[in-house]
Design a protein around this ligand. Structure first.
Ligand code: OAD
Length: 250
């Protein structure tokens, strides 16, 4: 799991955390890899369905062209996620937040799988939405899928009768303004920033660690592979988040 170099790096992170007031964590698909959720890049088996690449299926254009197909695709992905449970990485983050050890603890995720909340994290900022929710593009109502009446796809909005869509951010769409602005504020005010299981290639999420670094935060990456962020990190730990996070916070 971790060699002596890894142990030394873990100790450096634990030391930085000892004097931290505000901790900011950005997670990506890699944190859910050990739960069985496929990643997008980095050898995790990028999702392709019915011969179509992810970027085409999960696009703003496809919502306009074929909303029922978009629902089929997300229901298929929900089927995969529905069989997955939080792993020790998710649980370590939830436990440290609940412990109240840090004055401020912000968890921002690019994942739509809902596993952070399932692990017990309080109000994770879900930058890319949540696969377990439907949203009305007309009146903005957001419902959990189990609150949607019937199995019809697309579901019909109970308030305004428009066709609802998955509450996820698609290619060609902007992130929810509140979510990204809060994330940027917290990144700018943190003492330690942990970047876990993301290739850091998709913006604006990928800019958050740089915001933290520019504000003099101690920047830590946890990833089995190098990423675009590695050169600016104070510590890069090569390992799986399910192994490393419990060691950092334990
Ligand atoms: P990626 O698939 O791009 O990157 C996953 C990262 O996790 C890679 O750097 C892997 O090396 C790393 N990884 C794999 N297993 C790991 C483990 N056990 N522990 C820690 N790290 C591990 O996923 P994201 O960076 O999250 O957006 O992708 C960002 C966005 O791209 C997604 O949110 C999605 C996609 O387009 C939308 O759908 C809008």
């Amino acid at each position: 799991m971790t060699d002596s170099v890894g142990q030394n790096e873990i100790e450096r992170v634990r030391t930085a955390l000892r004097s931290a007031r505000s901790v900011f964590v950005l997670t990506g698909a890699g944190i859910s890899a050990e739960s069985g959720v496929p990643t997008f890049r980095g050898g995790g088996g990028a999702p392709v369905w019915r011969g179509m690449p992810f970027e085409e299926l999960s696009s703003a254009e496809m919502v306009v062209r074929d909303l029922p197909l978009v629902w089929e695709w997300f229901d298929y992905r929900l089927g995969i996620v529905g069989d997955c449970a939080p792993n020790p990485g998710h649980l370590a983050l939830a436990e440290i937040q609940q412990s109240g050890r840090f004055e401020e603890f912000t968890l921002v995720t690019q994942n739509i799988d809902g596993l952070h909340a399932q692990a017990g994290s309080t109000e994770p900022i879900e930058l890319h939405g949540n696969i377990q929710q439907a949203r009305c593009p007309s009146c903005g109502l957001i419902l959990k899928l189990d609150q949607v009446a019937g199995d019809d796809r697309p579901p019909v909005c109970p308030d305004c009768a428009a066709r609802m869509r998955p509450n996820v951010v698609l290619f060609g769409e902007n992130l929810p303004v509140d979510a990204i602005m809060t994330a940027q504020d917290r990144a700018a005010g943190c003492d330690v920033c942990l970047v876990v299981g993301t290739s850091a290639l998709v913006y604006p999420a990928a800019a958050l660690p740089g915001i933290a670094k520019n504000a003099d935060a101690f920047l830590v990456e946890i990833n089995p592979e190098q990423t675009a962020l590695t050169p600016i990190c104070d510590v890069s730990i090569r390992g799986k988040s399910g192994d490393i996070l419990p060691l950092i916070f334990g």
